[in-house]
Design a binder for this molecule. Structure first.
Ligand SMILES: [Zn+2]
Ligand SMILES: [Zn+2]
Length: 155
């Protein structure tokens, strides 16, 4: 499966590989994500920074304003400016990799839908995937192995 988890920017300068499955996958319908993607939601694979292997090129972080005031840097290809992942909270241990930049984005489906209070009205959410008006309690939703992985990076 990890072989499928390669991706990159539009111009091809940035290529990356996820060396394992992510801990969890968010589909976020918040206004920030809508604005930043120019779309209805963002798809983020939450994964340890050291499991994101840069195969070529480099990325440049840009701090963006957020509704929450929490730091958020979007990391982009310096040439074509496509966003490949985000870092929240100013600590680059956990990355939010944009699933749309994978070569095979169908490889990772959302584990949760969040901030559905600003979900666009024409989107029908699938049955069987948890959905929350705002954020959620990861301790209740994440698999034990993923919580363990997160503890290993944040202590
Ligand atoms: Zn590029
Ligand atoms: Zn969001």
């Amino acid at each position: 499966m990890a072989d499928d988890l390669q991706g990159g920017c539009a111009c091809g300068a940035v290529r990356y590989r996820l060396t394992s499955a992510p801990m969890f996958v968010h589909c976020c319908h918040c206004r920030d994500c809508q604005r930043q993607t120019g779309s209805a939601f963002v798809l983020n694979a939450l994964i340890e920074a050291d499991r994101v292997e840069l195969l070529s090129g480099d990325v440049e972080g840009t701090a963006v304003p957020t509704d929450s005031g929490r730091p958020h840097a979007i990391h982009r290809c310096p040439s074509c400016r496509i966003a490949v992942w985000s870092v929240y909270g100013g600590v680059d241990k956990l990355r939010f990799v944009r699933i749309g930049t994978l070569d095979h984005p169908a490889a990772l489906a959302p584990d949760v839908h969040i901030y559905t209070r600003s979900k666009l009205p024409w989107i029908a959410l699938p049955d069987g995937v948890p959905a929350f008006e705002a954020y959620y309690d990861s301790k209740k939703l994440w698999p034990a192995a993923s919580l363990e992985r997160r503890r290993a990076i944040f202590g």
